[in-house]
Design a protein around this ligand. Structure first.
Ligand SMILES: C[S@@+](CC[C@H](N)C(=O)[O-])C[C@H]1O[C@@H](n2cnc3c(N)ncnc32)[C@H](O)[C@@H]1O
Length: 257
């Protein structure tokens, strides 16, 4: 894919909430991370957690609710470039920790070897330098730390919309996919585990709802694309007045130690 991705989630915040509300993706991702972390995090002591690309913190809150870590164990760092959504994350997450939450728009250069858990949920599509960003996120782990990330592969049904949409304007999607993460990890010489996590997207079949998913997926590019074929793409998922899409994302786990 192109080497210059990037997507401003500010203008499409409501469309992203529509996706979040109508997909089981967050529920399934949180369940998978909870299982992966149960085996990776020690039973006692502080847990220094970095959430890279936390958005409004609603996914983080869902995950922390499931993890049930005592608030006195958790030290939370939030990285999110869109300030308006990062501001929503702070009050949402204060109850999960007795420590002050650190937040920033990008990963500080001195964040090296200082986290027990780094996770990044559906963010790596959009980072400008994927291999460099992965190296920094893995480099931010303490010796026994664990890095977890979820990202869809090219086989994902929503990725298919990206490819169809950008083909309509003779372009490759300017975003990364799970295949790119896998290649970057191999180039970095990092051992990793990988697991497919299934989910469902289900919403009332109206043109406005189809459009909401297209706006969430294509953001500022949608205005350059012919709408009709993209709206019609959803026909294949139509059933009893609803759109029902069953697909999956890939979860990667890296434990440098
Ligand atoms: C699909 S949302 C996921 C949000 C959250 N992790 C979740 O699971 O709900 C992608 C998030 O990545 C953020 N993002 C985009 N580019 C980023 C970058 N270069 N560094 C960190 N976060 C970024 C966006 O602003 C957005 O909040």
């Amino acid at each position: 894919m192109s080497t210059s991705p990037g997507k401003d989630f500010g203008p499409i915040a409501d469309d992203y909430v529509f996706f979040e509300t109508h997909a089981t993706e967050a529920e399934q991702d949180a369940r998978a991370y909870t299982q992966q972390l149960a085996a990776a995090v020690p039973a006692h002591g502080p847990i220094r957690l970095l959430d890279f690309g936390c958005g409004s913190g609603s996914f983080t809150a869902r995950l922390l609710e499931q993890l049930r870590w005592p608030p006195e164990r958790l030290q939370l760092t939030l990285i999110e470039p869109v300030e308006s959504v990062r501001r929503l994350a702070l009050p949402r997450l204060t109850a999960f920790t007795t420590a002050a939450i650190t937040d920033a728009s990008s990963l500080p250069a001195d964040a090296v070897g200082c986290f027990d858990v780094v996770f990044s949920n559906h963010v790596l599509y959009y980072v400008p330098d994927l291999k460099g960003q992965l190296a920094r996120l893995i480099g931010a782990l303490d010796r026994d730390g664990v890095f977890l990330t979820a990202i869809a592969s090219r086989a994902n049904a929503l990725m298919a919309i990206w490819f169809e949409a950008f083909a309509l304007i003779d372009r490759e999607p300017p975003y990364h996919a799970a295949e790119d993460v896998e290649q970057a990890l191999r180039e970095l010489g990092v051992a990793f585990g990988k697991e497919a996590v299934g989910y469902e997207l289900n919403f009332a079949d109206t043109e406005e709802n189809r459009l909401r998913i297209l706006r969430f997926l294509l953001a500022e590019y949608l205005g350059q694309m012919p709408l009709r074929p993209l709206l019609d793409h959803f026909d294949r998922y139509q059933r009893d007045g609803r759109i029902n899409i069953r697909t999956a994302s890939e979860h990667f786990m890296v434990r440098p130690a």
